[in-house]
Design a protein around this ligand. Structure first.
Ligand SMILES: *[C@@H]1O[C@H](CO)[C@@H](O)[C@H](O)[C@H]1NC(C)=O
Ligand SMILES: *[C@@H]1O[C@H](CO)[C@@H](O)[C@H](O)[C@H]1NC(C)=O
Ligand SMILES: *[C@@H]1O[C@H](CO)[C@@H](O)[C@H](O)[C@H]1NC(C)=O
Ligand SMILES: *[C@@H]1O[C@H](CO)[C@@H](O)[C@H](O)[C@H]1NC(C)=O
Length: 430
């Protein structure tokens, strides 16, 4: 990597953030061109094809998406071959180099450079992306969700390796509508800073543009299951409602909000003190970190005094990301929220925000305890890292995004998903 002083990079980062906001403003205030369907033909080159020269092209993605056994076995064989995995891996340093000429980078990586439809242009989305490593996975995710009318805030963990920060900075600097969060934090698993990372992006996104309609948060190992147009249509059909897990807190998790915690040596620990009940007698609900919410919900998060008090109270709880959004979602007056009654409880399987598969819920369809089919990839912290064999089932689910995908363990799954989504996005133009 080129030897740039860290101070100078910081200055550059700050400049990019400032310039990024400026160019977003100009982007959002320019007059919209008339949408012309005859431009469809111009886009055919954007399809991902086998001539794109990626090592994964030896796989037959159409057979994989159909769940054909032979193709899946071949994919499994490939992904257990270390040489193959190495041939796919791209080091962080590459991105500093590859983005030196931004237009060449976007061209080569086939980023969309104009909205694909009037409908999408009229319904911009705001994304918060919280990442700490695996730049290659991040770039593939970014490319899959990128649309010029959307706006993206990227939070790189304060303790991320400098090569990760530089690479992601270099990529984001190529786009006027992608910026690094103005205030990065040191994320601690299961502790408040995980929430703060999203909050800081929410504030930046809310402040930078008034146009976006829905907010979606992602981590670096997520991947979309739908095209931007499908996401837009699904969100429009929500008519302003939010979609996220929000259920009665299970008895086994209540300790998380009854005891005070603190961060010690980068980990979260109990202090031994009990916590006061939440402010305003708010009922704490259970959910997860990933949400699909309206702009109004974000306004409440940033401004509603009950929410601000709840957040202040929640700072020393365990895993606040797994109750905060779920609780706000049931508060009277919050845009897109639902009644607190248990009839409105929403599970993660019904909410469209994220498809996640926990090991203990896997099983065959005829087993009464199973929630979804067995993971065909590997597992990290009991969560399925999706393999090629998971795609067929996943693509029939209503969720907009799925977690986890990891190019370092199953690049074929991501490769075939990318091809599928791109083909679908381009065929939607007809
Ligand atoms: C890939 O799989 C599809 C679906 O089974 C099949 O029609 C096609 O011929 C296969 N392509 C190659 C190159 O094997
Ligand atoms: C960076 O780019 C130059 C010229 O394009 C190339 O020669 C060099 O090998 C690249 N370095 C890396 C680390 O990719
Ligand atoms: C938004 O920007 C204004 C002006 O720069 C600033 O005063 C305010 O604190 C910002 N709000 C948030 C939520 O960041
Ligand atoms: C607090 O909420 C509970 C149940 O949600 C209710 O029974 C109780 O009366 C409330 N207390 C106050 C002071 O509002």
């Amino acid at each position: 990597m080129r030897l740039l002083k860290r101070g100078r990079i910081r200055l550059l980062l700050k400049l990019t953030i400032a310039l990024g906001s400026l160019s977003i403003l100009s982007l959002l205030t320019r007059s919209n061109p008339v949408w012309n369907p005859s431009s469809v033909l111009r886009y055919s080159w954007l399809e991902h094809t086998d001539s794109d020269d990626s090592p994964e092209k030896v796989c037959n993605c159409s057979a994989i998406l159909k769940g054909e056994r032979e193709a899946l076995e071949q994919a499994k064989l490939l992904t257990s071959n270390q040489d193959f995995l190495k041939s796919v891996h791209i080091p962080d340093e590459h991105y500093m180099n590859a983005t030196e000429d931004c237009s060449a980078f976007k061209l080569r990586r086939k980023y969309f450079t104009s909205p694909l439809s009037q409908e999408e242009e009229d319904f911009p989305l705001a994304y918060s992306m919280v990442v700490h490593h695996k730049v290659q996975s991040f770039e593939r995710l970014l490319r899959a969700i990128y649309a010029p009318q959307n706006i993206y805030c990227v939070h790189v963990d304060k303790k991320a390796k400098s090569s990760v920060l530089f690479a992601i900075w270099a990529i984001t600097a190529c786009f006027p509508n992608i910026f690094l969060v103005s205030q990065p934090v040191d994320v601690v698993y299961a502790a408040w800073p995980r929430v703060q990372a999203d909050l800081n992006c929410m504030a930046d996104l809310y402040n930078t543009s008034t146009k976006w309609k829905y907010f979606i948060n992602l981590c670096g190992l997520d991947f979309p299951l739908k095209t931007n147009l499908e996401i837009v249509r699904t969100l429009r059909s929500l008519s302003g409602r939010n979609s996220l897990e929000s259920e009665k807190m299970p008895a086994g998790k209540v300790w998380r909000v009854r005891n005070a915690h603190e961060i010690i040596d980068g980990g979260i620990q109990r202090t031994g003190k009990a916590k006061e009940p939440p402010p305003f007698n708010i009922t704490i609900m259970s959910g997860n970190a990933y949400i699909v919410v309206s702009r109004g919900f974000i306004r409440s998060v940033l401004e509603d005094r009950r929410v601000l008090a709840l957040m202040e109270w929640g700072k020393d709880t365990y895993s606040p990301d797994e109750f905060l959004w779920a609780t706000i979602q049931r508060m009277l007056g919050v845009p897109g929220s639902t009644w607190p009654h248990s009839k409105y409880d929403m599970s993660d399987v019904i909410a469209i925000a994220r498809l996640v598969r926990w090991q203990w819920h896997e099983g065959s369809r005829d087993s009464p305890d199973s929630v979804y089919p067995d993971c065909q990839g590997s597992r990290v912290r009991s969560i399925c890292v999706n393999g090629a064999g998971d795609l067929k089932w996943m693509l029939k689910q209503p969720h907009l995004f799925a977690n986890k995908f990891d190019i370092d363990t199953d690049p074929v799954a991501v490769y075939c998903l990318e091809k599928y989504l791109r083909k679908r996005a381009l065929s939607e133009l007809q």
